[in-house]
Design a protein around this ligand. Sequence first.
Ligand code: HEC
Ligand code: HEC
Length: 396
Amino acid sequence: MFQQSYVVRAAIIGAVALVAACSNPGQSGGSNSSSASSALSAASTYQTIVDAQGNISKPKDFTTRWSHIGSWGIVNENGEGNGIHSVYTTPDVIAYFKENGAYPDGAVLIKEVRAAEGADLTTGRAHWATDPQVWFVMVKDTQGRFPGNPLWGEGWGWALFKADAPDVQVATDYQADCLGCHVPVQDADWVYTFAYPELATAAAKSASTAGGMASMSDGGETIAKPEFTSSGAVKMPVDWRKWIYVGTPLTPNALNGGAAPFPEFHNVYIEQSAYRYFQKTGEFAEGTQIAKELTLVRQSENGNDATNGSSGEVSGQGYFQGEFQGLELAYKDNARYPDEPGGWVYFSFGHKAEPYEKTAEAFPTEACNSCHEVNAATDFTFTQFYPVLRAAQNGN
Ligand code: HEC
Ligand code: HEC
């Protein structure tokens, strides 16, 4: 392990003096178009500091060529310097973040920890950085490139280098070595962005349109998000049948050449906190989850009509629900999926009887998102088919 006791102690003492960040123009590699700059980060990162197995090496020359985005000063109870942490990223990442409020694929953050000295100077008790001790590196990965690699997860690669062998990566498991301490900023994509002045405004803005942490401050909702595995697969929701039911489109197999693309009843539910947010604002919050559970047409003891699949029951001729036949999830999260239009991503836990799959990988954009983008009435969601959401849009 690295000097955890040192950092823990510093975090507990918590006397954090923020040294103002200066945005150093560094190399002007930035591009105006956010998607172009995102592509730039990803390409150069995965060519230069990450190899094909996901091993991360320490960026070269970052102190002189990258932008310094902020510093943390850790001071002990006697006012002695304990450490100065300086954080750097590349200019294209800053440009992308200012526009989108999220870190692009390939973004690299490096925190250099130096020892500090303190003395009474003419300004007062002052501290300054001395020798480097440790470097922490995070590499953004929106693609789940390295499933099963213990240094990749939660949308990032995590790495650690120490002064005695500054080019040797020494972290072994991000969950044990890193994650616990970053939980307080889980909703901010695991980064302490609030302390980086160039980025903090964009972060606050995206959080307030996004629900999540900032929606609490405007009297809104904390949106319940799904859980993910360390390789980036989503975990099946547990209680979707207790969410708010919004409607049931019906595409009987018998009316669709014997095999409807989504057989047959589609029972759609929205997670409760996302529903409340939608009812208040008419918009889907960041973190919205909508489940669609497929259910077959009931096979009646009275027989089903061969041409349309309907059956005659006590209430009349029509369609009645039989067995469950599959589960899908739509999820909106621009921070986790900055490259998906609208931040919407789609999963299937199987088109089959229960038990469903416990986890699911995101579909490519063309498989699901593209049809939703073009045809759905409200923000990729087919509210035109959901009377409960239409009512909510009208304040009911
Ligand atoms: C003892 C708690 C702790 C551990 C363990 C820890 N971090 Fe952090 N990390 C923090 C805190 C707190 C900050 C911001 C404040 C500071 O530096 O004092 C931070 C900041 C960072 C930053 C700067 C960007 C940001 O999130 O603000 C990077 C990069 C980083 N950590 C990477 C890592 C990696 C990689 C590991 C594992 C090898 C790791 N950290 C382990 C607590 C921790
Ligand atoms: C050809 C267009 C089309 C494609 C492709 C498509 N969907 Fe949909 N999707 C719909 C329609 C239409 C609805 C409205 C409800 C219904 O008819 O089932 C819907 C509704 C949904 C819903 C309920 C939330 C909402 O947005 O209304 C989920 C979840 C969903 N689809 C998942 C998926 C998944 C997963 C895929 C990719 C495997 C996918 N969809 C591909 C047309 C499509």
